[in-house]
Design a protein around this ligand. Sequence first.
Ligand code: GLU
Length: 218
Amino acid sequence: MCGILGFTGKGKVREIVREGLKALEYRGYDSCGYALSKSNELTIKKRVGKGKIDELADDLPECLVEKISVIAHTRWATHGKVDLTNAHPHTDCTQKIAVVHNGIISNYISLKRQLENKGHRFVSETDTEVVAHLIEENIKEFPFEKAVMKSFQQIEGSFALLVIRKGGDEIIGARNGSPLIIGANKTGFFISSDINSIARYTDNIMFLDDGEMFILNK
Ligand code: GLU
């Protein structure tokens, strides 16, 4: 087990990530990371080991009045060793799409082969990275939201997934067999694998069902 967290809106980004991930620590983890999409930048930071959440969150802006999207993750490795490269978020070849994932993508080997044959270069040993490259591939044919939906339809297994992109202000996600909860308040939308990690911000909560996808934007 591990955890997933997201926020899109304006507000206390550092606190949301730090306290949100800490509330997920009980689920166990071996590494952690986040991706922040702000203005036209996508910033990624990762740490290996337990007890690194404060250190991870330290570089985040304390509070932002501009709209941002952030996705964060505590990993419990199932595919690939515990190291910085395999820690989430994972990105596509262009480093413009960032993905965090809980669970296992059971058909990742065949998808990875197909994508490698199309020229995609993988850097991690994880099953997760295939999602970022799938989206990158589908974007050649479809608008971003549709490309993400198509990618979700191509993967099998158990997952909770969150996706953001450079220059975009949305968070797109889906679940199948792993929990995912959405909360909303005046500052924005919160997403988590456990209600306790976002309950301090809102009691306006929505539970996703397996097979459901969402797009959160302004
Ligand atoms: N299967 C993915 C990995 O090994 C995600 C594991 C998790 O749920 O943290 O990185």
